[in-house]
Write a new protein. Structure first.
Length: 661
């Protein structure tokens, strides 16, 4: 007996020194210690062992295995049933065959438990396979009893139902995985230290028992030295034998317990190495963020439907309900395998409110109920619509005669474009270069095509507005606001379909300039008159300088190298409501006023008929004829008869008219 205990001690010592070695060495030690375990079990004389080297069949219409009484009911204290084998099959034969597993907790883990059941080795063939015509996975949020029936798929398929949450993950973690492994490593090291303490305790206890056994055996040998000694020491020998039997049972129990602790310690050491190895392989930083992890979720089906609905089929509209897609890149496509668009492919988005935004949320603050109190949204990025034909409309439709027809423009509808810069372009591009993100870095752009705006009322403005009672209210013209229309040829026309001018064009501003000038290249400010430029302003009736009798310009100035004023009938210039005027009419030129004055040398070519007194400090007259009288302070001939004072005045032919509104 002393020999077998010494052999046990040797094997356990070898196992204890190998608990930190690799799995192959640990399993070799376990194989060597297996005979010791058989000896231990035999020595402990506990349990019943039934074995056949070929096959063991338990046959009965009903078989119950467990810590049960003769009726099959579980005895107090529960039980543990372990089925261990390299291949374990559980079969329910026949068309109505059934395998049912019930427990408060059921777990399936695809790992190798080892021969002793203490290992948790994950190998290459780690898999859980469920194959059937119908697979139903159901989670009911109830306690006490399940009441909801497991609704079948209605044919063949997979049905997954949960009253609360379904999560499908295909994601490799980095920082969070590292923190998780740090926690596992820390807990496993603590567990290792505890097991090491227990192993040391069992080792010392085992050695003490072996030493005690050696002493008892020696004492019994001394008491049984010869036949006389045996007869003399019989009672004492009997007591020593009882002690040996008791210590023997203690040694076997201690050896079994020591072996169990060593098995647990060896597996703990192996797990600790695995965790540390996994941590060392974690990709972090840019290596994780910029390189693919290979994780993915694929859903394939002829028809795929996502509904935010309850179990009654009602679409949910409460806060928190809905379908969210969050990703760095989200793609929706109806394309062929070669990338070509499907001939009948379409993408439809229908909702009372549709928002497409490239605005990010920052500085978000939530209250204790999770309601957003404060946040900043900054528009950034790009939004691109690329199509052969793009239509943005607010139109009502109806079906008539089995055809979809336009009914009317939607009442109170409005399409609004609002941005710091809005560019509308019909430019065609050539020699285009793009970067790896698809952004154009170089191109030759040429304007082509047409932009057509049709509307009953068309307003183009740069104003600041406030919102009052839900409606915009103009506050002021935007400071430094500017509207620029620029083209080689420009046509602003209010003409009908027959070509007749109709309606009106109005330009109203504090400063209005009509110019034909070249501009400075960068600042676009006036530079010089455009060479060969012309300006034509013509109308059936034209009003310059006055809108009405009361609304008139304070100054009208015309300056040029040459000024020409041409009139087929009458050309008239009036001052102070006709008190003074210059009139050209009927081939005659007339100047009239309360007092007319001519300065500088004056030559009159032609007959002059003066119907009033003429006064001059000096007159040189080649031929003087006096018809009525001639009077002088020096000479007198005849009698001077005073002529009647002239009452002649120039009548205005034109009058001020109000410009049409």
């Amino acid at each position: 007996m002393d020999y077998i205990f010494k052999e046990w001690e040797k094997k356990l010592s070898t196992f204890a020194s190998s608990v930190e070695k690799d799995l192959a060495e640990i399993r070799k030690c376990k194989a060597e210690i297996q005979q010791m375990k058989l000896d231990v079990v035999a020595e402990m004389q506990k349990g019943r062992y039934v074995r056949d080297t070929h096959r063991l069949v338990l046959s009965a219409p009903e078989i119950v295995i467990g810590n049960v009484d003769r009726s099959g009911a579980l005895l107090a204290g529960g039980s543990s049933v372990i089925v261990r084998g390299t291949e374990v099959g559980l079969e329910g034969s026949g068309e109505s065959g059934k395998v049912e597993t019930r427990a408060a907790s059921i777990r399936q883990i695809a790992e190798d438990p080892g021969n002793d059941g203490h290992e948790h080795v994950v190998g290459g063939l780690s898999e859980v396979v469920s194959q059937a015509r119908n697979i139903i996975i159901q989670s009911d949020d109830v306690e006490g009893a399940f009441s909801a029936p497991t609704v079948p798929t209605g044919g063949s398929g997979v049905r997954v139902h949960a009253d609360k949450t379904i999560e499908v993950h295909a994601a490799m973690t980095a920082e969070s995985r590292e923190k998780q492994l740090d926690g596992l490593i820390s807990n496993t090291e603590k567990q290792k230290n505890k097991l090491k303490e227990q192993a040391d305790g069992h080792n010392q206890s085992f050695k003490d028992l072996v030493k005690e056994m050696e002493d008892l055996l020696k004492k019994r040998d001394d008491l049984s030295e010869d036949y006389t000694a045996v007869r003399t020491n019989y009672e004492e020998i009997r007591e020593v034998s009882k002690e040996i039997e008791s210590v023997s049972m203690s040694i076997t129990e201690e050896a079994y317990a020591y072996n169990e602790i060593l098995s647990m310690l060896s597996e703990t050491n192996r797990l600790l190495k695995c965790y540390k190895d996994q941590k060392s392989k974690i990709k972090k930083g840019d290596d994780f963020k910029k390189k693919t992890t290979g994780a993915g979720v694929t859903v394939t089906g002829e028809h795929i439907s996502l509904l935010s609905a309850d179990g009654e089929g009602n679409l949910r509209d409460n806060k928190g309900s809905g379908i969210s897609l969050t990703a760095n890149e989200v793609g929706i496509a109806a394309i062929e395998a070669d990338g070509k668009l499907k001939e009948k492919g379409s993408v439809s988005v229908k909702a009372k409110n549709v928002e497409v935004a490239t605005a990010g949320e920052a500085d978000a603050k939530y209250d204790d109920k999770g309601v957003l109190e404060k946040a900043t949204y900054t528009a950034e990025g790009d939004f691109t619509l690329r199509s052969k034909n793009i239509t943005v409309e607010s139109v009502d439709y109806e079906v008539k005669d089995k055809k979809l027809q336009e009914k009317q423009l939607t009442a109170d509808s409005k399409i609004r474009l609002r941005a710091k810069t809005i560019e509308v372009s019909t430019e065609g591009s050539a020699n285009v270069e793009v970067d790896d993100k698809g952004k154009i870095t170089k191109a030759n752009m040429t304007a082509e095509g047409d932009i057509i705006v049709r509307s009953k009322t068309f307003t183009l403005e740069s104003t600041d507005n406030d919102i009052e009672s839900g409606k915009p209210k103009e506050k002021a013209l935007t400071k430094d606001g500017k509207i620029t229309i620029r083209a080689e040829k420009m046509d602003l026309s209010a003409t009908d379909t027959e070509g007749k001018a109709t309606g009106s064009v109005s330009i109203n501003a504090k400063a209005v300039g009509l110019k034909s000038m070249d501009v400075e290249k960068e600042k676009r400010t006036d530079d010089k008159l455009a060479a060969g430029s012309t300006m034509t302003i013509v109308s059936e009736k034209m009003y310059v300088g006055a809108k009405s009798k009361d609304v008139k310009s304070k100054k009208l100035q015309m300056v040029s190298e040459e000024v020409g004023a041409f009139a087929d009938k009458t050309l008239e210039i009036q001052q102070d409501n006709g008190k003074a005027m210059v009139q050209l009419s009927g081939g005659n030129a007339s100047v009239g006023g309360s007092k007319s004055q001519i300065y500088g040398d004056t030559t009159i070519n032609g007959k002059a008929d003066i119907k009033g007194d003429v006064k001059a400090p000096k007159a040189t007259i080649d031929n003087l004829e006096a018809k009525s009288s001639f009077k002088s302070t020096n000479i007198s001939d005849g009698i001077a008869i005073p002529g009647a004072p002239s009452s002649a005045s120039l009548s205005a032919k034109l009058k001020t008219e109000d410009a049409p509104k």
